[in-house]
Write a protein that binds this ligand. Structure first.
Ligand code: PLP
Length: 429
């Protein structure tokens, strides 16, 4: 029996994520989803313009993925992966290995753990080679998840401040984000590269980055040229390069993987979010053979002693294979998405309250021109969110950064509705 809390009230037994709890906190009840739509309890449907926190890749309720999960559930729902493999795990490993060029796949449960595993592998790799290195380099504004290791390499801010003393040290390089009409980008890139070069004078275990776009850090996009220069410096000094593709993987940036579009070749990549089409939580860390080889041997010290209860969960693997089928069958669904955004964003960019418009693949973003404090706690984004919701569109600005990151199935008409709702919000700000 559901308790009769009034619509929008947080259920008395629930503690929602990333939500400040006070008398204004709200959590609406959703009863169903199909395609780009979310069906609320007693309220009109909403276009899910941010793919339910960037995971819903093809759309809600995709029948192919739902059927693949159901069929797998009847065969084998779970098995201990230390001792047993299964066909769906082998299939997704073969496919992702072929698509990424990174031979070895390690399963975990979500984006944060996929990143944790990548960091642990990279650090232990140096130990296993008897050349321990401890310096870790990440970028300003980075977000890699909410577990401790992922928090440590992410930007330090109010969200992880309570744990500051418990986070291992990380060196930072500026992230030279760019946008349409940006003329200072090369100077900022050079500044960042000089900083990286200086840091790399100290032996470095790994450099970790979000290829092409920092998501939670504000949909901050960089040029492929910059990432190629980062890779070159990283290689010169022998450090490992990790690409956190948790957001960017599976077509989000217009290619199947952002590192392919960026023209770089990371040693390790972390995947999650779109991996299962957004149906089930699962993370994957892919590594090059040269990494894996250092973990083979009789000495137990060489082993990666890491595993989760649900490692390689067959339902997740079945969903991942079904999702990959859909992407491979219809690559235009993500390859052509940029062209779908383009005319709308071009229009929106003319609005006096819009600055720094930017676009890559399925992700369109801009900053609100605002007075007062920038960043996550600026309220203008929230005002815009509320207006858009009244127009039947769900967005979730990051402070003054407004973005659309819709599921691939969104219709032209629904996409138009998203832009119209933002336009209306801008006019009423
Ligand atoms: C969301 C995200 C993560 C964390 O993934 P979770 O599944 O939320 O733990 C890590 N890295 C990036 C780039 C992300 O966008």
């Amino acid at each position: 029996m559901l308790s009769h809390n009034s619509p929008g009230d947080i259920h008395p037994n629930l503690w929602p994520p990333f939500t400040q709890l006070n008398e204004n906190s709200r959590q609406e009840r959703v009863l169903g989803g199909d395609g780009a739509l979310l069906h609320r309890d007693g309220l009109p449907p909403l276009v899910d313009a941010i793919s339910s926190w960037w995971v819903t890749l093809h759309g809600h309720g995709n029948i192919k993925i739902a059927e693949a999960i159901a069929a797998q559930a009847k065969k084998l729902e779970q098995v201990i992966f230390a001792d047993f493999s299964h066909p769906q795990a082998e299939l997704i490993a073969e496919r992702l290995s072929a698509l990424t060029g990174l031979q070895k796949l390690f399963f975990s449960d979500n984006g944060s753990t996929a990143v944790e595993v990548a960091i642990k592998i990279a650090c232990q790799w140096w130990l296993n080679k008897d050349q321990p290195r401890s310096q870790i380099i990440a970028f300003e504004g980075a977000y890699h998840g909410d577990t401790f290791g992922a928090m440590a390499i992410g930007e330090r801010n109010l969200f992880n401040a309570p744990f500051e003393k418990m986070l291992f040290p990380v060196k930072r390089v500026p992230w030279p984000a760019t946008w349409w009409g940006d003329e200072g980008v090369e100077d900022r890139e050079n500044l960042a590269l000089r900083k990286l070069e200086t840091l790399l004078e100290t032996p470095t275990a790994l450099v970790i980055l979000e290829p092409l776009i920092q998501g939670a850090g504000g949909m901050a996009m960089v040029r492929p040229e910059f990432l190629q220069a980062v890779e070159k410096l990283t290689r010169q000094e022998g450090a490992l390069l990790i690409a956190d593709e948790v957001l960017t993987g599976f077509g989000r940036c217009g290619n199947l993987f952002a590192f392919l579009r960026a023209g770089i070749s990371p040693d390790l990549i972390a995947l999650s979010k779109g991996l299962t089409g957004g149906f089930l939580p699962m993370g994957v860390t892919m590594s090059k053979a040269k990494i894996f080889e250092e973990f083979i041997g009789e000495d137990p010290k060489l082993t990666l002693w890491h595993g989760h209860s649900f490692t390689g969960n067959p339902l997740g693997c079945a969903a991942a294979n079904a999702s990959l089928d859909l992407l491979e069958k219809n690559p235009q669904s993500f390859e052509n998405f940029e062209a779908r955004h383009l005319p709308h964003l071009t229009d929106l960019a003319k609005h006096p309250k819009v600055t720094k418009p930017r676009l890559i693949g399925t992700i369109a973003a801009f900053d609100l021109k605002i007075d007062g404090k920038k960043g996550y706690f600026n309220v203008s984004g929230k005002v815009l969110k509320d207006i858009a919701k009244k127009q039947g569109v769900f967005i979730r600005p990051l402070g003054n950064v407004v973005y659309l990151l819709p599921p691939l199935c969104i219709s032209d008409c629904q996409l138009e509705q998203c832009y119209a709702s933002i336009q209306k919000g801008l006019d009423n700000l």
